[in-house]
Ligand binder design. Structure first.
Ligand SMILES: *[C@@H]1O[C@H](CO)[C@@H](O)[C@H](O)[C@H]1NC(C)=O
Ligand SMILES: *[C@@H]1O[C@H](CO)[C@@H](O)[C@H](O)[C@H]1NC(C)=O
Length: 350
């Protein structure tokens, strides 16, 4: 908790018994959440991929924060880091790093490249990631009793790897894509219900971002305008997902499942509509062009040949929304966070 909030509580401690003080302390500093369980793909991975193979563990990833590659697909912090800050806790440890950290604040099970179904990458799908949580709950050594889980929150990112696999394995033909989206969402709904059934009271799930604004879709226009045709698809997926969540909440007779609208959040940030806490506007000088790019179509940010970088990095990542051709910069994520922050659930029953 920060100093500002600590001050009145210290005063309070003169008047109230310790038990009550501690309850209030949880409320004030953490909005009632003290564990995050994160599932998903490279928008959420904080270090689960193999260090010797993936670019998230190579320079220039992490150059802004923490100053070296940290397994995140960004120059610095990602959205889950900001969400953890909102709840007043450290970012949860990556599952693969759990031996060297604490699992007290939850665990990040997200693997870059993961999807609900099979994708181009040999990483655990969402079902497999939930299996990992289940193992930790079953293992009595971890601080995950049913009571501990009452103050936990799950965040699930499914950002499009299922559809990339679909497009590649169907030779680019998008016939049947709508039916496929239906099956992705149906399986995702089962996954979300399972997380809740394990004892996690609330579950946030991301919609797709504006895929038509990602650098591969805007390169044709020299990074000047989003491709509105491509953007039709994420809107369709998000609508389906939203309806399914409404139905789920109706069935459980209480709001349990929340949509994290990355579509609106990314667009607001890209278009310069995000208000900073100090009242100013968050502006990106480079709204669609990525900061870090391969030198040609065969190389990506982070690639090297014989130790020589096969990419270029912009001098000022802060002024870019996109870090590489798929992922936002730290400043981009911060902008998205400012948009979604008012919608993050708060819990007072602790
Ligand atoms: C990571 O990849 C390397 C090279 O492909 C392999 O030798 C190693 O076993 C992998 N490590 C893990 C933990 O999977
Ligand atoms: C997830 O991965 C496991 C292991 O590869 C596989 O058995 C299972 O069918 C997959 N689940 C889905 C929903 O595709």
């Amino acid at each position: 908790m920060d100093k500002q909030k600590k001050q009145p509580l210290l005063l309070l401690s003169l008047f109230v018994p310790l038990g009550i003080l501690r309850m209030q302390c949880v409320d004030a500093s953490s909005n009632g959440v003290n564990k995050l369980f994160v599932f998903g793909d490279s928008y959420a991975d904080s270090g689960n991929l193999n260090k010797s193979t993936y670019s998230s563990w190579k320079p220039p990833y992490g150059i802004t924060y923490p100053g070296y590659p940290s397994g995140r697909f960004s120059n610095g912090r990602i959205l889950v880091d900001y969400i953890a800050t909102y709840y007043g806790i450290p970012s949860p440890v990556a599952y693969e790093e759990r031996e060297s950290g604490t699992t007290e604040y939850g665990v990040n099970f997200a693997f870059g490249g993961a999807g609900v179904f099979k994708t181009l990458f040999p990483v655990p799908n969402i079902t497999g990631q939930i299996d990992l949580l289940q193992q930790l709950i079953d293992d009595k050594q971890t601080p995950y009793s049913q009571t501990d889980l009452l103050t936990s929150l799950a965040v699930v990112f499914v950002s499009g790897d299922d559809y990339i696999y679909y497009a590649v394995s169907h030779a680019g033909s998008l016939q049947g894509l709508a039916a496929y989206a239906n099956s992705v969402i149906n399986q995702l709904v089962l996954d979300l219900k399972r997380i809740h059934d394990l004892g996690v009271p609330n579950v946030l799930v991301s919609g797709l971002g504006p895929l038509g604004c990602l650098p591969p879709a805007t390169a044709d226009s020299s990074y000047t305008s989003c491709n509105s045709q491509v953007n039709g698809f994420p809107l369709f997926h998000n609508q389906l997902l939203f309806k399914s969540l409404e139905k789920l909440n109706f069935q459980s007779m209480e709001p349990v499942f929340f949509l994290l609208d990355l579509y609106d959040a990314f667009l607001a940030a890209i278009q310069g509509h995000v208000h900073l806490p100090d009242g100013g506007i968050l502006e990106f000088e480079n709204r669609l062009k990525p900061c870090c790019q391969g030198v040609d179509a065969f190389n990506f940010c982070g690639d090297t040949v014989g130790g020589q970088p096969m990419y270029t990095v912009c001098p000022d990542p802060q002024s870019y929304f996109f870090w590489d051709v798929f992922h936002p910069t730290q400043q981009g994520w911060y902008g998205a966070y400012l948009v979604i922050q008012p919608f993050l659930p708060q819990f007072t029953e602790t």
